[in-house]
Design a protein around this ligand. Structure first.
Ligand code: BTN
Length: 258
């Protein structure tokens, strides 16, 4: 059975269907991965599940997706092999940043390309997939009431969740609607002004310059993270003052050293 069929099989009974703003939303109780369910859907459809048994993180890592977190995938029109498509991971991160900030979450910053951190702990992560030409699946995981470190001790002190950051965290239903609203808005902005129109805002979200190590599929490079270029590529300035740009598919790991 291929992954998509396996997912529909895992998803069990049919989803509950509703409209949320401009979106058609399918709500499941348990799935393998919401991104793989969304793989078959047209633009402006979204999938949310209470639990993912095979949650996928970037670079084939697993993403612990127990009850209490937001596990959501949204299908948007975008071509991976276009400047806008290549920058979509960052634009989607910006949309989630805006949504979380509107809830009153303080001290959020982005770690390239699109991790959302509070006090250096991961609050949310995004995984974008292109299963069909012209359609991108934006998968977002946000820790809300869940505690991933219970199942993976290596995550102790590495993650945070909305329930610990807000006196009155939103319901998963309200959070879903809010995130979808911001995804719709950012795709509109990308359409109207392209990624460069988002750059001034995005460039304020990385926090102060810091020293990083990037892994280019086995080859390590060190330097100062210097924001992104107009395609969303990471800019790394080395000790000799040379700056090089790296796309997100080239960087298999990024470690912050300061
Ligand atoms: C990462 O930081 O490694 C990305 C994590 C992305 C997790 C989300 S949860 C909803 C969607 N479905 C998945 O299987 N993964 C993404």
């Amino acid at each position: 059975m291929n992954d998509v069929l396996q997912n529909l099989h895992d998803a069990g009974p049919a989803a509950q269907l509703s409209t949320v703003g401009d979106w058609v939303l399918r709500e499941f109780t348990v799935v393998g991965s919401t991104n793989l369910i969304a793989a078959d859907l047209p633009a402006w459809n979204a999938v949310v599940a209470k639990i993912q048994i095979n949650g996928r993180g970037r670079f084939q890592r697993r993403w612990i997706s127990d009850h209490g977190g937001l596990w959501l995938s949204a299908v948007v029109p975008s071509e991976f092999n276009s400047p806008a498509g290549r920058a979509m991971p960052l634009a989607a991160g910006l949309a989630v940043f805006d949504a979380l900030q509107s809830l009153g979450v303080e001290n959020i910053r982005m770690r390239w390309p699109n991790d959302l951190l509070v006090n250096n702990r991961k609050l949310a992560g995004l995984l974008l997939d292109q299963f069909k030409p012209g359609l991108t699946v934006i998968g977002i995981g946000i820790n809300v009431f869940n505690a991933p470190e219970v199942r993976d001790k290596s995550l102790t002190n590495q993650t945070t969740r909305l329930a610990d950051l807000l006196p009155d965290p939103p319901s998963l239903q309200d959070l879903t609607a809010l995130i979808l609203h911001h995804f719709r808005a950012v795709v509109g902005q990308m359409h109207d002004g392209g990624f460069p129109s988002l750059l001034p805002r995005l460039s304020r979200l990385w926090g102060p310059p810091r020293r990083i190590e990037i892994d280019l599929d086995g080859q390590l490079r060190h330097g100062i993270f210097n924001g992104v270029d107009d395609q969303g590529r990471l800019l790394l300035s080395d000790d000799a003052g040379q700056t090089a740009a790296f796309a997100s598919h080239q960087v298999t790991h990024l470690k912050e050293l300061s």
